[in-house]
Design a protein around this ligand. Sequence first.
Ligand code: CAA
Length: 258
Amino acid sequence: MAEYQTLLVEQRGPVTLVTLNRPEALNALNAQLLSDLLAAMAVFEADATQGCAVLTGSAKAFAAGADIKEMQAQGFADMYAHDFFAGWDQFTRTRKPVIAAVGGYALGGGCEVAMMCDFILAADSAKFGQPEIKLGVTPGMGGSQRLARAVGKAKAMEMCLTGRMMDAAEAERAGLVSRVIPAADLVEEAVKTAATIAGMAPLAILANKEMVNYAFETGLAAGVQFERRLFHGLFGSADQKEGMTAFVEKRSGQWRGR
Ligand code: CAA
């Protein structure tokens, strides 16, 4: 496995477990971490033995935000000319699923990266927030848009305007996270969930992710049409024949990835 300055990466069977590892800064997201994460995701995407990734942090912090010390002295011209944060878009283009396993603080960019993942499993210790307003700025990695889509205008607006944190129970009620798990079991449960996903037919994994994401990018009629076309397309795969035959024969499918 490659070594990274800001990440620990291990393979657990078909699951790539990526742990953010800048404990001295509560996993604040700096340029090195983005570069390491994109490199790790490229390895994950290219490795046919890997079906799903889990992105996690420490018990105290998933990530406490973008690195404030890296941004403090920057001016508008630097931020705009370098299109600061645009590199994160590449992370969202990962085609295989990525689960965020959030324990402790997911603030600012930390909350935004969790929301870039396909779904969030939260420890009961998790705290989500967009406190950028307290720094005189706004979210900059998509947080205002993804949070509003995830929890609706009222909560998103309140959180962005006050900077208050949501605990795990509120985040689950609001639909920001799919499930809350006791903190001690978070990573194991996330890896188990990821292994379940990785055991599905590879083309169906890609298609399901792509079509659910499409719901956020388009209107209902176009989204339903897109879903139906991808669904039709899978009937050209060997794994559709295998999956349906296996059901009829009362056995598990043996996937070929085509
Ligand atoms: N950037 C850089 N360093 C950070 C950081 C961040 N976002 N968050 C924490 N750290 C550093 C602290 O400076 C501290 O370093 P030193 O020991 O060198 O002083 C170390 O991590 C430990 O942090 P604290 O001592 O503050 O820990 P705490 O337990 O007292 O508080 C906390 C925890 C409430 C999360 C607090 O650290 C905090 O409020 N962090 C900042 C949260 C924040 O504002 N995030 C948004 C950042 S802006 C952003 O993300 C923009 C965007 O849209 C992408």
